[in-house]
Design a binder for this molecule. Structure first.
Ligand SMILES: [Fe+2]
Length: 406
């Protein structure tokens, strides 16, 4: 083990090194490694896709420009700026037009989950010629072009939460209906992820809180969805490791935002949680969170929804066993006590587990959640306790009515 690195971080990096889907460079030399990747592949035009002001504040460009290797690259670097927080189909089409014009050899997405998701969707749409509306669903492009070797984005996350830098998912809002929709396709797995935790240091307090909640819920949901866990022998280890890192680190970072060591723990955990959901996807809490779009931050919504569906899942014995894997992190001698400890943790970090408090609406919103959820059968299928689309209304009311607003 090299000096100056904690045991948890060392273990996390060892796990990242085994991830075959995306090459992950983690830490202070991540941008140098990205530059080396660009050099080795002989790219000459690299398009940057970024968000707004936050990308300047986080220092990513400064690090890019100061990287000795990056300075040697004589790159043509067109830029698509100002991807909004919840990108829609119109935003994706605008990026596609830019790609058509610039014909880049590669695309680097620098930003949070929204930026990476928009860049992933646009790059796939441009290469396949399929409009974004036709890409939603599971493996639509891959099944139409099974042998096609598509370009995949190079990702530089500037928040510690989404894990989009290592997943095959992209969430985009349908501009016509306002509904958030999912693309799940290996063709959008990033090729390279440069994870430099320093970029997250400037994140404001609430963004830090809700992105960490998102990563925590990714890890817990992937662990509970035991059928998904069977897809890869290491998923449980990645997920538990991520949770083990987030629980002590988040309160410290909220107390001292400039704490780089603990920021590194959160960044590594978010990437591990992303690896976990790549193999064992999220289900009901994430599915319902789609309808909170514009009302509450995604991470706050999933953190509030999770404990109630976790209790619902407990009717499956395997979920009870998976839950007890966390009893050393969320103390408890029964699965119910473990969930209670999770709730205590969320509240101690300034979150809520009452979804109605976040939306300031009554339980009538639950009908809308059921209506939207029925349109995303993929996520209903990945839940460890199955429900049919027509059961969403009664089940969601049963699970949420009593805890909606307290
Ligand atoms: Fe999420």
């Amino acid at each position: 083990m090299s000096t100056g690195i904690t045991e948890t971080l060392f273990n996390a990096q060892t796990m990242m090194d085994t991830y075959a889907e995306t090459t992950i460079a983690f830490g202070h030399d991540a941008i140098d490694q990205l530059s080396a990747h660009i050099m080795l592949n002989g790219y000459s035009t690299v398009m940057l896709v970024t968000g707004g002001e936050s990308v300047k504040l986080c220092g990513a460009f400064r690090v890019f420009l100061q990287s000795p290797l990056f300075g040697k690259l004589e790159l043509n670097m067109p830029r698509f700026e100002n991807v909004p927080p919840e990108p829609d189909t119109a935003c994706v089409r605008a990026i596609v037009r830019e790609l058509e014009q610039e014909q880049p050899d590669a695309v680097i997405a620098v930003g949070g989950g929204s930026v990476m998701d928009a860049a992933k969707a646009a790059l796939l749409s441009w290469q396949t010629g399929i409009d974004i509306d036709g890409l939603f669903g599971k493996e639509v492009a891959s099944s139409r072009f099974p042998k096609r070797d598509v370009k995949r984005i190079l990702a530089v996350p500037t928040t510690a939460g989404t894990g989009s830098e290592v997943t095959c998912y992209s969430n985009i809002i349908d501009e016509k209906t306002g509904v958030k929709k999912l693309i799940a396709d290996p063709a959008i797995l990033p090729l390279f992820a440069a994870v430099e935790p320093v970029f997250t240091v400037s994140a404001p307090e609430n963004l830090t809180r809700v992105t960490a909640f998102d990563a925590l819920v990714h890890a817990i949901e992937s662990l509970l969805n035991f059928n998904g866990c069977r897809q890869h022998p290491e998923v449980e280890k990645w997920a538990v490791q991520a949770i083990r890192m987030i629980v002590p680190a988040l309160p410290k970072v909220l107390n001292m935002p400039e704490n780089e060591e603990e920021r590194a723990e959160l960044s590594a955990a978010a990437t591990l949680a992303g690896m976990s959901i790549r193999m064992s996807p999220t289900a009901l809490p994430h599915l319902l969170s789609f309808s909170f779009c514009g009302k509450a931050p995604h991470g706050a919504a999933v953190a509030a929804l999770l404990p109630h569906f976790w209790k619902f899942y407990l009717k499956e014995e395997q979920v009870q066993r998976q839950t007890m894997l966390l009893s050393g992190i969320f103390p408890g001698s029964t699965p119910e006590e473990v969930i209670k400890s999770y709730i205590k943790f969320i509240e101690s970090c300034g979150g809520t587990v009452h979804p109605g408090v976040l939306t300031e609406t009554g339980t009538e919103m639950i009908d809308k959640l059921a209506e939207d959820a029925a349109q995303n059968p993929v996520k209903l299928e990945s839940a460890p306790r199955k429900i049919r689309p027509d059961e969403c209304g009664p089940v969601f009311h049963d699970v949420l009515d009593d805890v909606w607003s307290k």
